[in-house]
Ligand binder design. Structure first.
Ligand code: ADP
Ligand code: MG
Length: 366
């Protein structure tokens, strides 16, 4: 294989009593990439990370770091830096002492320690706060120090378990941009855990979507969002609308689906699920994201779409600052639309046209 994996998990199973927590995890993390484990609470993200860190051994399966099997190797021999959601720092030690701890263990000489600590604090913009105790720092500063402490030993691997979950929204945005910059700057292979889909999309090279101990999809953020493999990924990763219909024709490029007495088209590449062989007569479910739907007062104003225009009526309008959230009724069912284009004459009850491109609608067999 040409692609070099820094970390690999092969066939991991883990069970607590009757609770199957990891149900066959196979995963490769490439050298220098930032890979995110994303999924709802309880899906097995921390368990997977603990397997890589060595805090936990799977019932079945192996872990490899740099091509070496480490399944039985204890955490302190795995050369990792770790950051957790809370309690990452030693409370009775200053910032400087927190950072020197790992260096002392590795028998780094004092002057060399100072150099490394200065640089590690500079990386996270915490220079000058060496003598503070964790209780004298804000939540964001503490996590900066925790990241700095993980990096100061120059680990082969950086593991971050929901490091931003306890911070307020603004700080969370700032710090995630910083982690991304820092990670690219030093090039350390990083596994980041979060349950926040926007955070995962914004920070990652690749995202692993997990659900109930299984991996649903591993892809780039844009593929995860625009071309989800499964219904779970579609629904978990963003807002969605869904319809039901029946296939009326299939050719090499498009599938036609009848919904009540209207027809819509779907690109053949947009089928989700394990069974992707579609034929006429199949009952299907269609999914589309609110911002992929165009809306206009007249049919000819729906930009660039000759196909798939449907008459609908507005039921509710919400102003969101950068866009409008428009709820319409289409074929008697609710449809959510997010649009920057807004006609000031619209109100509840207005008749409008809605449309979408066959490339923006996803299909799954029922
Ligand atoms: P996540 O990090 O995705 O929220 P975890 O990996 O922490 O999920 O946990 C996955 C599942 O395993 C949960 O149902 C959790 O209750 C269970 N679990 C985790 N650790 C233990 C343990 N030590 N004993 C029993 N059940 C556990
Ligand atoms: Mg967790």
């Amino acid at each position: 294989q040409a692609i070099k994996n820094d970390v690999e998990i092969k066939g991991a199973f883990k069970q607590y009593g009757s609770n199957i927590v990891l149900n066959g995890i196979n995963l490769g993390v490439k050298q220098g990439e930032l890979l995110t484990l994303l999924g709802p609470s309880g899906c097995g993200k921390t368990t997977t990370l603990n397997l890589i860190a060595g805090f936990l051994e799977a019932d079945e399966g192996d872990v490899y770091i740099k091509g070496k099997k480490v399944t039985k190797v204890p955490p302190f021999k795995r050369d990792l830096g770790m950051v957790f959601q809370t309690y990452s720092l030693f409370p009775h030690m200053t910032v400087y002492e927190n950072l020197s701890f790992g260096l002392k263990l590795r028998k780094v000489a004092k002057p060399e320690q100072k150099k490394k600590i200065d640089r590690a604090l500079e990386l996270v913009k915490m220079s000058g706060l060496e003598n503070r105790y964790p209780r004298e720092l804000s939540g964001g500063q503490r996590q900066r120090v925790a990241i700095s402490r993980a990096l100061v030993v120059e680990p082969e691997l950086l593991l971050l378990d929901e490091p931003l979950s306890n911070l307020d929204a603004k700080l969370r945005h700032e710090l995630r941009a910083e982690i991304k910059r820092l990670q690219k700057e030093i090039g350390v292979t990083t596994i980041f855990v979060t349950h926040d889909q926007e955070e995962a999309l914004s920070i990652s090279d690749r995202v692993v979507v997990m659900n109930a101990g299984k991996i649903e999809q591993i892809s780039s953020p844009t593929s995860i969002y625009n071309h989800p493999d499964t219904e779970f990924v579609f629904q978990f990763i963003g807002k969605s609308n869904s319809f039901e219909g029946k296939i009326t024709s299939v050719d090499s490029r498009k599938i036609s689906v009848q919904m009540e007495n209207e027809i819509t088209h779907v690109d053949v590449g947009n089928i989700m699920g394990t069974d992707r062989a579609c034929k006429v007569g199949d009952e299907v479910k269609l999914y589309i994201r609110p911002e992929k739907i165009c809306i206009a007062a007249a049919a000819e104003n729906v930009s660039g779409l000759s196909l798939d225009l449907h008459k609908a009526s507005i039921t509710q309008l919400n102003y969101l600052g950068t866009s409008w959230e428009v709820a319409v009724s289409l074929l008697g069912k609710p449809l959510q639309i997010l649009t920057p284009d807004f006609d000031s004459s619209w109100q509840a009850g207005s008749e409008v046209y809605v449309g979408w491109s066959p490339s923006d609608i996803m299909l799954i067999k029922k």
